[in-house]
Ligand binder design. Structure first.
Ligand SMILES: CC(C)(COP(=O)(O)OP(=O)(O)OC[C@H]1O[C@@H](n2cnc3c(N)ncnc32)[C@H](O)[C@@H]1OP(=O)(O)O)[C@@H](O)C(=O)NCCC(=O)NCCS
Length: 190
C-alpha cells in the first residue's frame, strides 16, 4: 500500500490536461480540493510506476485508477490524502479526513445507530469520537463502493484504541485511524 498527504500552504498545484477539463468550470474551492487530491494520488501512485497517470472521475464519483490499481482520495479544508495499492493486495480501500468537531450531537441520530449513540454519550471526548465514527463510516463507504445515504447509516463501526472494524450487510472490514490536531484521518481496507 502506498499513501501521500498534503497540507495546503498555497503552493502551486498542477493538474493534468485530462483532469483540468473535469473541474474547469468548478468553484475555486472545489478546484483546489480536486487538485490537492490528485496531487496526493499521483505521489502515492509514483512508487507503483503510475506517477504520470491522469485520474478521471468514475460514474459514481470515485476516482478511475490506472489498470491494476485501486485506491481512495480524501480532502477537507486545507488537507488532502490518498492511498493506493495493486489489485490483489486488497479488494477495496477507503480513506477519509474530517475536521474534528464537525459532527455535533444534533447530527448523531442521522448518522449513528443506537449502540453508537450510547457509546458517544458516555465518551470522555465525544467530539473526537463522533468525528472518528463518522469518518470511519465514510472510509468504509468508499472501500465498499456503496451508494446512497441509507447504506451509509447502516454501516456499524466498532471503534478501538487506534483501529476499528466496520460491518455492513454481513460483511466486515478493518481500519485504522489517527488524529493530528484538527484533522481526523481513517483508512479502511478489505
Ligand atoms: C462520496 C463521499 C463518500 C465523499 O466523502 P466526503 O467526506 O464527502 O468527501 P472526501 O473529500 O472525503 O472524499 C471525496 C472524494 O471521494 C471520492 N469519491 C467520491 N464518490 C465516491 C464513491 N462513490 N466511492 C468511493 N470514493 C468516492 C472522490 O475521489 C472524491 O474526491 P474527488 O471528487 O476530488 O475525486 C460522501 O460524500 C458520501 O456520499 N457518502 C455517502 C453517504 C452520505 O450521504 N453520507 C452523509 C451523511 S448521511
Amino acid at each position: 500500500m502506498s499513501g501521500a498527504e498534503l497540507r495546503d500552504t498555497g503552493q502551486a498545484l498542477a493538474l493534468l490536461a485530462d483532469e483540468e477539463i473535469l473541474v474547469a468550470s468548478a468553484a475555486s474551492k472545489r478546484h483546489r480540493d480536486f487538485a490537492m487530491g490528485r496531487t496526493c494520488a499521483r505521489a502515492a501512485l509514483a512508487p507503483l510506476g503510475h506517477g504520470e497517470a491522469a485520474i478521471a472521475i468514475g460514474e459514481d464519483g470515485a476516482p478511475l485508477w490506472p489498470p491494476g490499481i485501486l485506491g481512495s482520495i480524501t480532502h477537507t479544508s486545507g488537507y488532502a490524502a490518498a492511498v493506493v495499492c495493486e489489485v490483489g493486495r486488497f479488494s477495496g480501500l477507503g480513506i477519509d479526513a474530517e475536521q474534528v468537531g464537525g459532527v455535533t450531537a444534533k447530527l448523531w441520530p442521522r448518522l449513528f445507530n443506537a449502540v453508537e449513540q450510547a457509546q458517544l454519550a458516555g465518551h470522555a471526548d465525544a467530539a473526537v469520537a463522533a468525528t472518528l465514527l463518522f469518518s470511519a463510516k465514510e472510509a468504509a463507504f468508499k472501500a465498499w463502493r456503496l451508494r446512497g445515504a441509507l447504506a451509509f447509516r447502516d454501516i456499524t463501526i466498532d471503534l478501538r484504541q487506534d483501529s476499528f472494524t466496520a460491518d455492513h450487510a454481513g460483511r466486515r472490514l478493518s481500519g485504522r485511524f489517527a488524529v493530528d490536531g484538527a484533522v481526523a484521518l481513517t483508512i479502511a481496507w478489505f
